[in-house]
Design a protein around this ligand. Structure first.
Ligand SMILES: [Zn+2]
Length: 323
């Protein structure tokens, strides 16, 4: 397994950071105005150096010159840092895993914005970031499924797995056939509706109107050839700590919200996993409306998805621990 950390930075100190990194032999390039990316193998001396170097800029107080330079450009932001850790596996490493963490490309935007209705009454009062309950059919942006991406020109219909920002999984007809054909457990295949136009998020603050909002979603047509994969199996909480999963971010003391992202491989308890072919963790990761559980699939499921040559996802080994 090869692990790499990628940093994406922006802010008033980007130009200085880039100069400093080039001097230290790190190939850093500007991707857009005031945006830069660079990466390092993990763990490595370069990673350590980058962490220290970036911390120093994030803490930097603005000088008068900084303030003048930032005038009219949105103000002085020392340095915003996004980090993304990626891993590459050999086929043998994947084949040796008992369960797999399934990661699906996000291509569908925010379902709530297109009318999907949620009941927020059970959202955690402490962090307000816990999972919400979907009460209408899944409604997504019709254009995202049938029209090419304006930035990349890529046609969404060319993949079999897609997801919304909230983590709802949408699958192609081919994927549905493969899942049904292999009698995979822990999932239902439901309808997905396609809305057109840019709509408003309305359900959150109007609990008394939920029934009306749900019936309003019925005006959008059920999409042909696309389905909502509802995952019902459970994989329990993720195991964190040394020798288990590492998360980046905070932990809510009152609910199952933990961290903003998973930095490592996924670890789960054998007794808490119901052994279904499709399961989600009870732990929810990510902030705000992007909070979602992680998807765990059985070895059998993965073999079937590969056999059907389905696309739009990747997998990492998921370690199942017997305690
Ligand atoms: Zn909470």
């Amino acid at each position: 397994m090869k692990e790499q950390i990628e940093y994406k930075v922006f802010g008033s100190n980007v130009a200085t950071v880039l100069r400093g990194l080039r001097k230290r032999g790190i190939d850093a390039s500007e991707v857009g105005e005031g945006w830069a990316t660079f990466s390092a193998p993990r763990p490595s001396p370069q990673e350590k150096m980058l962490e220290e170097f970036l911390t120093q800029f994030r803490a930097k107080k603005p000088t008068l010159i900084d303030r003048l330079n930032a005038f009219g450009t949105g103000g002085y932001v020392p340095l915003e840092v996004c980090r993304n850790i990626s891993r590459e596996y050999s086929e043998e490493e994947i084949n040796a895993a008992e369960a797999l963490h399934l990661l699906i490309e996000e291509r569908l935007g925010r379902a709530e914005q297109y009318g999907t209705v949620y009941d927020y009454s059970s959202v955690c009062k402490k962090c307000s970031w816990n999972y919400r309950r979907q009460v209408s059919d899944l409604v997504v942006d019709r254009a995202a499924l049938f029209e090419p991406d304006p930035d990349t020109g890529q046609r969404p219909g060319l993949v079999d797995f897609l997801q919304t920002y909230e983590g709802h999984v949408v699958i192609s007809g081919r994927a549905k056939e493969a899942i049904k054909g292999a009698q995979l457990t822990g999932c239902h295949v439901g309808v997905v509706r396609g809305a057109t136009g840019d709509l408003q998020v309305v359900s959150r603050f109007q609990p008394e109107k939920i029934a009306d909002l749900v019936s309003a979603t019925m005006r959008w047509p059920v999409l042909d050839g696309w389905h909502h994969l509802q995952i019902t199996g459970t994989a329990g909480r993720i195991i964190t700590g040394p020798g288990a999963s590492a998360v980046f971010g905070m932990r809510c003391p009152a609910c199952t919200w933990i961290g903003e992202q998973l930095d490592s491989e996924l670890f789960i308890h054998r007794e808490k996993w119901d052994g279904t072919d499709w399961a989600v963790t009870t732990t929810v990761l990510g902030a705000g409306f992007e909070a979602r559980p992680l998807v765990v699939v059985s070895k059998k499921c993965y073999v079937q998805l590969r056999k059907a040559m389905l696309t739009g996802f990747r997998v990492e080994p998921c370690t199942v621990i017997t305690s």
